[in-house]
Design a binder for this molecule. Structure first.
Ligand code: MD3
Ligand code: FE
Length: 212
């Protein structure tokens, strides 16, 4: 895709409906926005329904937040740790989600949920599908910050071949259409230090999770 005047974007279409927009999330005040969210809803490790602690630390902002505990995976309007509504999405989060969806050709993307994942070195996210949302028509927009990670991206069938893509600070990916239900995961994070985030990787994942 050559959507910019000078043709110097490095956007990659990695599958039908799936696109990586390199670097468009760098040089914005996302980490200041994150600090305000974290102050109200700190990162925590959730429990799987099977009773294991999830390695990735998580928090949320927006109308709905993704939670996991012994009762299952779901979206909730309130933070179970504080009993309060999840913090609002910072305006710079919403602007970036809108811009990215538009560049990728998805109009009227209005995320009501932003899950924030934090990975320390040694932490991974196994292959899974995102199926806890009320519908799958809207894309998902994800923003990578801090340490680089290797993203695994397969097909809609668990047995489909998986390809790897490096995600760096500021990379934004859009996953819609036929890619919305693709299997995906993050390989074990390698040690390192990033000037903006320190020894971690942060991922913001924007979704339309509720009923339309
Ligand atoms: C492809 N997060 O929170 S973001 C998740 O980097 C999740 O923290 C990863 O998978 C992370 O569920 C990957 C990229 C991503 C997000 C959702 C997708 C890729 C996707 C949904 C469908 C297909
Ligand atoms: Fe996912």
């Amino acid at each position: 895709m050559e959507s910019d005047l000078f043709g110097d974007r490095r956007d990659e279409i990695i599958a039908p409906g799936a696109m990586i927009l390199r670097g468009i999330g760098a040089d914005r005040d996302l980490l200041a926005g994150l600090a305000s969210v974290e102050a109200r809803a700190p990162f925590r490790r959730m429990m799987t329904p099977g009773g294991r602690q999830i390695g990735v630390e998580m928090t949320n902002c927006g109308m709905l937040g993704w939670v996991s505990d012994r009762r299952g995976y779901r979206y909730e309007t309130h933070d179970p740790e504080s009993g309060r509504p999840w913090p609002d999405m910072p305006p710079c989060f919403v602007e970036l989600a809108h811009e990215a969806a538009l560049i990728a050709g998805f109009e009227a993307f209005e995320p009501d949920a932003c899950l924030i994942n934090r990975y320390a070195p040694g932490v991974k996210m196994g292959l899974h599908q995102d199926r806890d949302e009320a519908g799958f028509d809207a894309p998902i927009v994800s923003v990578s910050l801090g340490l680089p990670a290797t993203f695994q991206f397969g097909g809609t069938d668990r047995k489909d071949p998986v390809r790897r893509h490096e995600l760096h600070h500021g990379d934004v990916a859009v996953w819609g259409g036929p890619s919305r239900l693709a299997w995906h995961g993050i390989l074990t994070l390698k040690p390192g230090e990033h000037p903006e985030t320190g020894r971690c990787r942060i991922n913001l994942t924007f979704r339309q999770a509720g009923q339309r």
